[in-house]
Write a protein that binds this ligand. Structure first.
Ligand SMILES: [Zn+2]
Length: 572
């Protein structure tokens, strides 16, 4: 039994995420967690909400709520939707937790002890009316280059010129619109990533088995232009983790907080501590996942994320860990995804374009979405959601191939032989051939799942469903029953066992349908079919079974057309 630590990139707290976000981290991470549990491994699967930073403060202000209350509420909403999609986190934590406060302050203290933190005094824009320093993108004004009137302090969207907020003509706060802005001096902490460049490069070079997408992004940040830059890790905000050096005050940094990008990945560790707390366990219970001097030396750590998060996970977070000088677990394998586009364009949270997680569940059960998203995961390139493709995939793969097999076999068996596994006949050459073919395909499926080749694994699973249909087509128990009812009984006994094996194999992709299939077979034996000939005889003659409710319904052309219009982009 292996010990497997899995983290999904943590979603930001403000608002509900769209399907592109889901398939870029949480869903494939869940697939991998479910698969490894099914194989009998010890799994720790962690996710959380990322709660700090200016966007959370502004979203709370817009909602007329204190930010802590807003975050608590939105965390509950996101946790509820995650349950709806059957995301099987061992813990869904919060980056604002006391555990993350302590750990983030601890790491900052260790980095300072190692001489990797420097203090930088800089001039920043302060908004008198807002009573706060403004991050660059919250300052707007006229572009000095093209005279566009709504250029942001970091970049002009019209001419794409990179800007400093001080470059803008007639600058104003985007929070209040106030023009009472002034430059004020402020002091911040910088993590000296440049000093860690050699260590980071050696570590990345040691990862020969990482996907090219991951290493090429990391190398680009490490080497392009002036190379890896030191990074500000504090901000002048109220909402966040107060700057402290371990458990001591940090003179000169009073009233400041750590930057959200510094504390968010540390939450992977903190959320595991929150898991221990929630289960009444001691510190040793979570440390054995994260500290190689406390039992984590045999842990393999997998991270899942969209490609935009790769730099932070290959450079910034490892810089924090390596720089601390303490034996924390570094990621062993990083699985990154390209983007999922929506119906000829992009998903847009601001314009409400595309399907959001809550909307998806309001129109169809989670298995439909899980299957489409995973079988079309944007791995080697960007992928696109279209309603035609979704309809066709659900109707063919789920309803015609899998659902129809289950329905046809159980209904026929019940009508001809009653609601128990029939006892007659023996498996013949056709059944033996099917078991051999299926066995080979299952081994291939296992290797694709282990390699996190999500699309290919889905295609293999579908092929596994297809060969069951092909067998039934060729064996034709509905015809054979007229001339040789004993042989037809053996065929149906095999087909009922096949349904149970399909439930086990399909569970990581479509857990609800798999549970229905298993329950219909009157079994609760989820043992992985390492020994397939035995697994295909696990349901013994006389075992009662039931005809399950229709596993998957088809999507009609009217529904497809209706949804296409409904999700084109109006949500505010
Ligand atoms: Zn411009």
């Amino acid at each position: 039994m292996a010990r497997i630590l899995i983290t999904s990139a943590i979603p930001y707290i403000n608002g509900i995420k769209h399907l592109g976000n889901l398939v870029g981290s949480q869903l494939p991470a869940d697939l991998f967690a479910r698969y490894n549990r099914a194989r009998g491994h010890e799994v720790m699967f962690i996710c959380a909400t990322d709660e700090h930073g200016t966007p959370a403060e502004l979203a709370a202000a817009k909602a007329g709520q204190p930010v802590a209350e807003y975050c608590a509420e939105m965390h509950a909403v996101q946790a509820d939707i995650a349950r709806g999609f059957r995301l099987s986190f061992d813990h869904f934590g919060r980056s604002s937790s006391p555990r993350n406060h302590v750990l983030t302050q601890h790491f900052a203290g260790k980095l300072a002890d190692s001489g990797l933190i420097r203090e930088v005094t800089q001039q920043m824009i302060y908004s008198v009316d807002d009573g706060r320093f403004l991050p660059d993108r919250y300052v707007e004004g006229t572009c000095p280059n093209c005279s566009y009137e709504s250029a942001r302090g970091d970049q002009c969207d019209n001419c794409t010129k990179q800007l400093d907020p001080t470059d803008l003509i007639n600058p104003r706060s985007t929070i209040s619109g106030s023009t009472k802005l002034e430059l004020r001096e402020t002091k911040h902490l910088y993590l000296m990533q440049r000093n860690l460049r050699g260590k980071l490069e050696a570590w990345i070079d040691s990862k020969q088995d990482w996907p090219l997408l991951t290493t090429s992004i990391a190398k680009k940040w490490l080497n392009d232009g002036d190379g890896l830059q030191d990074r500000g890790i504090t901000r002048d905000l109220h909402w966040g983790i107060p700057v402290r050096r371990g458990d001591q005050p940090w003179p000169g940094m009073e009233g400041k907080v750590f930057y959200v990008w510094f504390d968010a990945p540390i939450e992977y560790i903190a959320a595991t501590a929150e898991w221990a707390d929630a289960n009444g366990l001691d510190d040793a219970a979570w440390q054995r996942w994260w500290r190689t001097d406390m039992g984590a030396e045999d842990v393999t750590y997998y991270q899942f994320m969209g490609k935009d998060n790769v730099p932070f996970h290959t450079l910034s977070f490892p810089a924090t860990i390596l720089g601390s000088g303490e034996p924390w677990k570094l990621v062993d394998y990083l699985k990154s995804f390209n983007y999922l586009n929506y119906d000829g364009g992009q998903f847009s949270t601001s314009r409400g374009r595309g399907v959001f997680m809550d909307q998806a569940l309001s129109i169809l059960p989670s298995d439909y979405w899980r299957w489409w998203l995973l079988s079309h995961a944007p791995e080697s390139s960007d992928a696109e959601f279209t309603w035609e493709n979704f309809q066709s995939s659900v109707n063919k793969d789920l309803a015609d191939v899998l659902g129809n097999l289950v329905s046809r076999v159980t209904k026929f068996a019940t009508a001809k032989f009653g609601a128990q596994v029939p006892a007659g006949g023996q498996f013949g050459p056709m059944e033996t051939a099917l078991i051999a073919d299926l066995g080979a395909r299952i081994r291939e499926y296992e290797s694709l799942m282990q390699a996190m080749e999500v699309r290919k694994a889905a295609a293999e699973l579908r092929a596994i469903w297809v060969i069951g249909n092909e067998y039934l087509q060729a064996a034709a128990p509905w015809t054979v029953v007229k001339t040789d009812p004993e042989q037809a009984q053996a065929m149906i006994r095999l087909a009922l066992n096949l349904i149970r094996v399909y439930a086990i194999l399909s569970q990581p992709f479509i857990p609800d349908a798999s549970a229905s299939m298993m329950a219909a077979m009157g079994s609760d034996d989820w043992t992985w079919p390492d020994d397939l000939p035995a697994a295909m005889r696990a349901l013994e003659p006389g075992q009662p079974f039931a005809v399950p409710e229709n596993l998957f319904r088809k999507i009609t052309d009217e529904e497809r057309a209706d949804w296409q219009v409904r999700f084109a982009g109006v949500r505010t």
